[in-house]
Write a protein that binds this ligand. Structure first.
Ligand code: NAP
Length: 489
C-alpha cells in the first residue's frame, strides 16, 4: 500500500514511524519546508521554547534522560526530533520543499493524487499532518501596507534585522509574545506592547537542571517513568481546572492570581494586565519573566485598541501615534482553517472546505465522511490546553495504523467513516464543552461562529480510550475496483 503523509512535523513523523514499524514500507512524507520540524522549524523567535515539560512533550517510545531543563528550548526539541527521525530511518522518506497544493480522490482507481505544482504523487491512503498552527495570521489593520518601517510575524522571525537600539512595537500578548518580549526588551531602545486581551499566567522559571537531578534521572531505574507519569497527571490537573471552572478552576485561578500579584507591585499595571474572563478559557500562559519585563523603563504596555497603522508607527483609538522602526506581529495563526490552502477533493468532487463550511469537524479528529482513506493528524478538536499534543499525535498514529492494517488485511480499496458515526461523535464532542471554561470567552479555539473547532474537550486519557482501538463497524469498506475489460484482439 502506498501512503503519502503531508507534513514532517511531530505528527507526520509519528505517523511514519508507526506505519514503518508495522510493515508499511511504501511511505512518503511531503514537506513544504526545506527542513523537518513543522512548527518548531518555523518558530525561531528569541526565547522559543515549549511550555510543556519535555518528559511529556516527547514520544513515549523515544524517551530521553538528558533533557537540559523541564521545558526544552526550540533547538533541543528540533535536535530531539531529528535524532528520532534518524534512529527510525525516516529521513530518506521525506521529500523537502514540496508544498502540496491539492489532493484529489479518483473514484475510478480509488487513489489519491497529490500535486505540488511541479510534481504529482499517487497514493492509496493519505495522512494530512499539516497542524493547526502553521499559517501565521496578520490582522488587516488599515494603513498596514503604508508602514515605512520593517515588520514580520513572530513565526517568521527576521534574524537579518537587528533590533538593537530600535523602537519596536509588538502586537499581541499570547504564548509566543510572552516568550520573546523579555528577550528583546533587553536590547531594543523602546518596546511598545499592544495588548488586546490580558492573560492568566502561571510561573515558569525553567532553569537548567542541577547536575544532581540530571544524574538521578539518568541513573535511577524507574525514575524517568515515574516522572512522566507524574507530569501526565499534573497536566490532566490543568484540564480538570478548565473543565470545572467553578470549583477546581477557582483554586488554580487563585494560584495564578497570587503569582501575578507577586510580580506586579504597581497597582495600575496590575489593573491593566488583569484578565476579566474565566481562568483557562484562553490558553493559560507560563512565564516568570514576562510580567517583570513589562515593568522595565523602556517598555510600555498599551491597552488602547489599535485603530490604524501609520507610516511612522501605530495609532490607537485615543488618537495617539507611537512611532516604531519595526512591528512584530505576535498575532497567532489561522488555526481554524485546517489544511488550507491545500485543496482537498473527495468523492463526487466534494471539497473539504465545503464539507467544513459550518466549521471543521472529523470523527475523533481523524476521518471525514466522503474523503476515503484520508486521515488527519492534529485535526479538528484534538488540540489540548492542558496536555501534550505529542501524546495525542502518538495515539492518532496508532489508530491510523490499525485502520490501514484492516484495509490491507481485508484487501479492501478504501475505507470511509460512516456519516452518522461522524455526526454523533462530533455532537458528543461539542456537548462535552458545556459548563467548561472554554465556552466563557472568545479564543483562537473557536471559529467565527463561536464553535470550538480546535480543542479536545477532555482529558488525554479520554482521548486515548476513544482511539485505542480502531472500530471497523464505524467505517464503510469498498472492494478493489474490477480491472477495466481488456480490449478484444
Ligand atoms: P495567540 O495565542 O493566538 O495570540 C495572539 C495574540 O495576538 C493575542 O494576544 C491576540 O489578542 C492578539 N491579536 C490578534 N489579532 C489582533 C489584533 N487585530 N489587534 C490586536 N491584537 C491582536 O498566538 P501565539 O502567541 O502565537 O500562540 C498560538 C498558540 O501557539 C498558543 O496558544 C499555543 O497553543 C502555541 N504556542 C505554544 C507555545 C509553547 O510553549 N508550547 C509557545 C508559543 C505558542 P486576543 O487574545 O484578544 O485575540
Amino acid at each position: 500500500m502506498r501512503i503519502v503523509i503531508v507534513g514532517a512535523g511531530f505528527g507526520g513523523i509519528a505517523a511514519a514511524i508507526e506505519l514503518r514499524r508495522h510493515g508499511f514500507t511504501d511511505v512518503t512524507i511531503l514537506e513544504a519546508a526545506p527542513e523537518l520540524g513543522g512548527t518548531w522549524f518555523y518558530n525561531d523567535y528569541p526565547g522559543a521554547a515549549c511550555d510543556v515539560p519535555s518528559h511529556m512533550y516527547s514520544f513515549s517510545f523515544a524517551q530521553r534522560r538528558d533533557w537540559s531543563r523541564l521545558c526544552s528550548p526550540r533547538q533541543e526539541i528540533l535536535d530531539y526530533l531529528r535524532q528520532v527521525v534518524d534512529e527510525h530511518g525516516i529521513r530518506p522518506l521525506i521529500r523537502f520543499s514540496q508544498p502540496v497544493a491539492s489532493a484529489t480522490f479518483d473514484e475510478a482507481t480509488a487513489r489519491w493524487r497529490l500535486s505540488t505544482g511541479s510534481e504529482t504523487f499517487d497514493a492509496e491512503a493519505i495522512i494530512l499532518a499539516t497542524g493547526q498552527l502553521n499559517r501565521p495570521a496578520i490582522p488587516g489593520l488599515p494603513g498596514a501596507e503604508q508602514f515605512a518601517g520593517h515588520s514580520f510575524h513572530s513565526a517568521r522571525w527576521d534574524h537579518d534585522y537587528d533590533l538593537t537600539g530600535r523602537r519596536v512595537a509588538v502586537v499581541g500578548t499570547g504564548a509566543s509574545a510572552i516568550q520573546f518580549v523579555p528577550r528583546i526588551a533587553e536590547r531594543v531602545e523602546q518596546l511598545t506592547v499592544y495588548q488586546r486581551t490580558p492573560n492568566w499566567l502561571l510561573p515558569r522559571r525553567n532553569h537548567k537542571y542541577p547536575p544532581l537531578v540530571r544524574a538521578l534521572i539518568r541513573h535511577v531505574p524507574g525514575l524517568q517513568r515515574l516522572r512522566r507519569a507524574f507530569l501526565f497527571n499534573f497536566l490532566e490537573g490543568l484540564t480538570l481546572s478548565i473543565r470545572h471552572p467553578r470549583t477546581v478552576g477557582r483554586l488554580t485561578a487563585w494560584r495564578s492570581a497570587r503569582f501575578m500579584r507577586s510580580q506586579l507591585p504597581d497597582p495600575e499595571l496590575r489593573r491593566r494586565v488583569w484578565p476579566d474572563y474565566t481562568f483557562g478559557c484562553k490558553r493559560v500562559l507560563f512565564s516568570s519573566h514576562y510580567l517583570p519585563a513589562l515593568r522595565r523603563a523602556n517598555v510600555e504596555l498599551v491597552t488602547e485598541p489599535i485603530a490604524a497603522i501609520e507610516p511612522t508607527g501605530v495609532r490607537t483609538g485615543d488618537g495617539a501615534t507611537r512611532d516604531a522602526d519595526c512591528i512584530i506581529w505576535a498575532t497567532g495563526f489561522r488555526a481554524t482553517e485546517l489544511v488550507a490552502p491545500m485543496r482537498v477533493e473527495g468523492t463526487a468532487g466534494r471539497r473539504l472546505e465545503d464539507a467544513w463550511a459550518e466549521g471543521a469537524h472529523a470523527h475523533l479528529g481523524l476521518t471525514v465522511p466522503g474523503f476515503p482513506s484520508l486521515f488527519l493528524m492534529y485535526g479538528p478538536n484534538t488540540n489540548t490546553s492542558g496536555g501534550s499534543i505529542i501524546f495525542f499525535e502518538e495515539q492518532q498514529a496508532g489508530y491510523i495504523r490499525q485502520a490501514l492494517a484492516h484495509l490491507r488485511d481485508g484487501a479492501y480499496a478504501t475505507l470511509d467513516v460512516r456519516t452518522e458515526v461522524e455526526a454523533i461523535s462530533n455532537r458528543e464532542t461539542q456537548e462535552r464543552f458545556a459548563g467548561t471554561a472554554w465556552t466563557d470567552c472568545h479564543s483562537w479555539y473557536q471559529d467565527d461562529r463561536g464553535r470550538i473547532v480546535a480543542n479536545w474537550p477532555g482529558y488525554m486519557r479520554e482521548y486515548l480510550e476513544r482511539v485505542r482501538s480502531f472500530e471497523p463497524a464505524e467505517y464503510v469498506f469498498t472492494p478493489v475496483p474490477a480491472p477495466a475489460p481488456s480490449a478484444v484482439t
